[in-house]
Design a protein around this ligand. Structure first.
Ligand code: ASP
Length: 346
């Protein structure tokens, strides 16, 4: 009897040890990746203090998102936590620091998607919501809809109890100066061509761009993606970019990848950038690196579209392609490994 028990104990131990070992090896590589916009971002344009401030905020955002994942939190919550940090910073074009419309107001767009079930939520053209990404998540979780815009989105926000603020709370001096400069450039461009659309296209993208976004992979192996923006400087009121459009600025599906985009929204909408990247992964068996390269460095430039994306898959692979001079970006995929970059070739 005793021998029998000993054999059973040994068997149990032998069975358990490989199981524990296997669990370690297959543990999900929890990861968060963020961006803070792409554009003509060149080192010469920054003072050392400015560069340091951007890097510190990116690090703060990625650390905050990773902390959520580390305690077993959901990728959706890691995404909103990281984006909240960037929405509160005057350096990035989302929340405080959002660009101005031609009417000198701010209209904010945001979206979020859950890779585990393709649930999604989005808001467009909100003016008084402190954290649009949180409202997008509430649309996903507490409404029967995917996207709410303008007054309807604000009414839903009030009813949901989110923090409402005065539109002027998003004001910053540097964005106001950018608006004045953009208007002047546009007037100059219109002397060359009376066509407003053509004149607008002549503007250097630096006068127009910015956005923040995050993609994350949690310990359950679920992906999520989110994006939040003030849109483009001097946009016509009512203009909606790619950021709140699922499949254009944001996409997540555990079967392929999670993407958040930044760039000239009109192109990202027409080329369905985020879902195109994931479709190449799903249907053509491409890696996220290949798929991202094709869309950002081949498809978009041919069409005239500028910008970049962050991409993450369920194995924890990361890709951050952009076809501009720089893209604010960062990731964290272990307690020791935090990467923060702004310029090309970092
Ligand atoms: N994609 C944003 C928009 O078009 C702007 C940006 O990312 O720079 O609204």
């Amino acid at each position: 009897m005793r021998a029998c028990l000993t054999i059973l104990a040994v068997l149990a131990i032998n069975l358990l040890i490989p199981t524990c070992h296997a669990q370690d090896e297959t543990a999900v590589p929890i990861t968060i990746v963020i961006h803070g916009g792409a554009g003509t971002i060149e080192k010469a344009k920054f003072t050392p203090q400015q560069e340091q401030a951007y890097r510190a905020t990116l690090k703060q955002a990625v650390e905050a998102g990773y902390a959520v994942l580390k305690i077993g939190g959901k990728s959706l919550d890691a995404v909103t936590t990281a984006i909240n940090v960037l929405e509160s910073s005057p350096y990035f074009n989302a929340g405080v620091g959002a660009v101005y419309t031609a009417e000198e107001t701010h209209e904010l767009d945001a979206s979020i998607m859950d890779g585990s079930n393709r649930q999604a939520g989005a808001v467009a053209g909100v003016k008084h919501v402190e954290h649009p990404i949180d409202l997008a998540k509430l649309v996903m979780e507490r409404s029967p809809h995917v996207m709410l815009s303008g007054e309807g989105a604000e009414a839903f926000a009030k009813a949901s109890g989110v923090t409402m603020v005065d539109n002027a709370m998003f004001n910053t001096e540097h964005r106001y100066e950018a608006l004045l400069k953009t208007k002047k450039k546009l007037r100059d461009a219109m002397e060359k061509t009376p066509d407003y659309q053509a004149a607008h296209d002549l503007l250097d993208p630096k006068f127009k761009m910015g956005t923040v976004g995050a993609v994350a992979l949690d310990s359950l192996g679920n992906l999520a993606a989110g994006t939040s923006t003030g849109g483009m400087t001097n946009k016509q009121f009512g203009r909606v970019g790619d950021s709140p459009i699922i499949g254009a600025g944001t996409f997540a599906d555990n079967a392929s990848c999670a993407v958040s985009a930044t760039g000239h929204g009109e192109y990202f909408i027409r080329y369905a950038v985020a879902s195109d990247i994931c479709a190449r992964v799903a249907y053509q068996d491409k890696t996220i690196k290949q798929a991202g390269y094709e869309v950002i460095h081949q498809v978009l430039p041919e069409a005239g579209g500028t910008g970049g994306v962050i991409i993450l898959d369920t194995q924890g692979n990361i890709s951050m392609p952009f076809n501009t001079a720089g893209m604010y970006r960062a990731y964290k995929n272990s307690p020791e490994n935090t990467y923060v970059a702004i310029f090309k070739d970092e």
